[in-house]
Design a protein around this ligand. Sequence first.
Ligand code: PAN
Ligand code: ZN
Length: 191
Amino acid sequence: MTLTQPFVTEVDFASGVFSPRRGVYQRRLSDMIGMVADPEAAARILESEGDRLIYEVHTVELPVEEGQIPHCTTRILPGTIGGECHMTKGHYHARREQGEVYFGLSGRGLLLLQTAEGETSELEMTAGSAAYVPPYWAHRTVNIGAEDFVFFSVWEARAGHDYGTIERDGFRKLVVLRDGEAVVVDNPKYA
Ligand code: PAN
Ligand code: ZN
């Protein structure tokens, strides 16, 4: 065990940016090809407009050990890919028994959840929403507004991230824009 020093981070609610800046990573269209419902639409956008930013994560860097509590912000830009609203990759925790808390900072989002047994849930989030991701639920967030959707997440360091299961099987539900409204539909390709 290392003794971590206490610290505070200032969070900009509109952008999710951390001051001081700690870890940052970005997910672009090219990173999402394996996750979107229509990879051909993604390839066409890549060709015509380049590798657009889909989301960005500002995070603290902590040792992966029992008791550490990582936290981060996620900013998902508005937009669609083949009609599907911009979203995160989504994952199960590698240790399925670990839950998580999300807190909405700005914009409008949907938190999609599902279990391996086939249950699904969709929770709307806006600024001030505290959403609970219980153990055993895969989770993905979707921007359903015209502005950035920004939220704060807190989890246990050893939870880990399993992206492969979602990349292989997809999510049971998709969020698509129809007449300017985000609607949740069944994923016809769900494995
Ligand atoms: C979140 C997510 C973050 C990015 O902090 O990691 O929103 O989404 P993906 O990890 O699915 O790309 C979280 O759920 N951490 O466990
Ligand atoms: Zn998570």
